[in-house]
Design a protein around this ligand. Structure first.
Ligand code: NOJ
Length: 545
């Protein structure tokens, strides 16, 4: 396998709790993933990224890690994980796992020791413990909020029972932030990387890779920064601090000790493509998710702009661009694209928007042809290949996302894009688990039409479209180069050419266009024949004889 595989790869995100349940407890697991590897191979992806599989109290779906070098018993064992990596490799699939360095679980032995050992102890120095403000220390040390709502600090009781110091949690209270000024923390994470690289994983997706370093003295956010959370700004005291780059360099040195193309992919939440590119300098991360692309509304002008900005910024540092439409934190794009506002934005705004799912599905078919035709790497989120919509009517009693709790039950949060996969059959659990098992979130009855089994048998399905596009992406010479150039096209449309005479056309206008007269598309979002593209459709055309 090539060591620069990641420059053009298609990576499939496995949200482990919801992918496939091998043992019938209602929660996805490693056995489930192993059983579905042939499906992923047939889909035509190059790699999978598995969301956290470590022992965790699941206060934030596994992003609260209690032990970084073990597997949660609900998901399997370390031996199962090793077998999965081996089997994936045998099928030509790479395996990336999730590294969560900004915070641990509050059940991690380090945090338990920090609580037990009290102020000034070495155990506390691994986290951000501070005395409170105010005469009795009963106000938080600063005004930083939690991303999930409410203040970013919790006051602890000291071992003698007295009200004590406060600890920082930029995410949920069960996710205390590590202190990355502490050399012990740095050494520990280098050891964790090596632990998994030794077990054959091909790399890591790094959670909030712009978050670890905090400004000295933890100064208050300005009113403007406070309003902007979670925006990243140059002078922000805890997002995108310059010191974070040294951490990535140290991890790159670890990854480079191993052969076979081991990679670091950052979840870097910075909006400015030029700042994002700084994480992708040759001695830092290999790639980062392109969230500005995901957030861009369905508009030719806006998409052209972000595509240009992305290509320019990545070219500057010799990095590979990436593209993504959905993940386990975002409203599923079939739903998003069927709403009056089609970009991705803060979830509290979502509930008020009406959704036209037929329109969203039509656009999603066009959007994936756009995304897969762009140079670089593409990230798919499980279920998007089936056209799954966001589930917007989950019973509130079942919601697990800390956002629901922390928002005082005003924002439903991210569970609607995490509903377990429908694989086959006519009734839940749709082969997610064995018959009679109950998935941890209920699947809509209407998903009987969206199972992998039903869609595999239908040449017009979303799954068939993904398979066809991924096959062409693997086989067509156009995708072996980085070549890309825009062609003149009517207002409201995007038409570009890759090397080897492949033209991608996307029609976001309200008129039919003919992007390659007399040529039938190799693949199209609306069906195989004819040279016309109606509104909200896309196609790939071969333009050399
Ligand atoms: C980003 C992850 O994708 C998200 O699911 C999680 O809640 C936060 N980081 C905190 O770890």
């Amino acid at each position: 396998m090539r060591s620069d595989w990641w420059r053009r790869a298609v990576v499939y995100q496995v949200y482990i709790r919801s992918f496939a349940d091998g043992d019938g407890d209602g929660i996805g697991d490693i056995a489930g993933i192993r059983a579905r590897l042939p499906y992923l191979r047939e889909l035509g992806v190059d790699a999978i990224w598995i969301t956290p599989w470590y022992p965790s109290p699941m206060a934030d779906g596994g992003y609260d890690v209690a032990d970084y070098c073990a597997i949660d018993p609900r998901f399997g064992t370390l031996a199962d994980a090793e077998a999965l990596v081996r089997e994936a490799h045998e099928l030509g699939l790479r395996v990336l796992i999730d590294l969560v360095p900004n915070h641990t679980s509050d059940q991690h032995p380090w945090f338990r020791a920090a609580l037990a050992d009290g102020p000034e102890s070495p155990a506390r120095a691994r986290y951000h413990f501070l005395d409170g403000r105010g005469p009795n220390g009963d106000e938080p040390p600063n005004n930083w909020p939690s991303v999930f709502g409410g203040p970013g600090w919790i006051r602890v009781r000291e071992p003698d029972g007295s009200p004590g110091q406060w600890f920082l949690h930029v995410f949920a209270p069960e996710q205390p932030d590590l202190n990355w000024d502490n050399p012990e923390v740095r050494a520990e994470f280098e050891a964790i990387l090596a632990f998994w690289l030794d077990r054959g994983v091909d790399g890591f997706r790094i959670d909030v890779a712009h978050a670890m370093v905090k400004e000295d003295g933890l100064p208050d956010l300005t009113p403007e920064q406070f309003e902007g959370v979670p925006l990243s700004r140059e002078d922000h005291p805890h997002w995108d601090r310059p010191g974070v780059h040294e951490i990535h360099r140290s991890w790159r040195r670890v990854a480079d000790r191993y052969d076979g193309g081991r990679v670091l992919i950052g979840e870097v939440g910075v909006e400015d493509p030029a700042r994002l590119a700084q994480y992708l300098r040759p001695d830092e991360l290999h790639a980062a998710f392109n969230f500005p692309f995901m957030a861009t509304p369905w508009s030719a002008v806006a998409l052209r702009g972000i595509i240009n900005d992305t290509l320019d910024a990545h070219r500057e540092v010799g990095a590979t661009p990436t593209w993504v439409l959905s993940n386990h934190d975002a409203t599923r794009h079939v739903t998003r694209l069927g709403r009056p506002y089609t970009g991705f934005r803060r979830r509290e705004l979502d509930d008020v928007l009406a959704t036209d799912l037929a329109l969203g599905t039509r656009r999603a078919r066009a959007a994936i042809l756009l995304m897969l035709a762009l140079p670089g790497c593409a990230y798919l989120y499980q279920g998007e290949e089936l056209g799954l919509p966001e589930v917007e009517d989950l019973p509130v009693g079942l919601l697990e996302d800390p956002i629901w709790r922390r928002s005082g039950h005003t924002i439903r949060g991210r569970d609607g894009c995490r509903v377990p996969m429908p694989w086959g059959g006519d009734v839940p659990p749709f082969d997610f688990g064995p018959p009679g098992s109950t998935p941890w979130l209920p699947q809509p009855a209407a998903w009987r039409a969206l199972t992998a089994e039903a869609e595999a048998a239908d040449p017009g399905s979303m799954l068939s479209l993904y398979r066809a596009a991924l096959r062409l992406r693997r086989e067509h010479p156009a995708f072996r180069t980085e070549a890309f150039r825009w062609l003149p096209s009517p207002e409201g449309t995007l038409v570009f050419e890759r090397g080897g005479g492949l033209r991608c056309a996307v029609n976001l206008s309200n008129r039919t266009i003919v992007p390659a007269p007399g040529r039938a598309p190799l693949v199209s979002s609306i069906g195989p024949d004819g040279d016309e593209l109606p509104p909200d459709a896309a196609g790939w055309f071969e333009t050399v004889a």
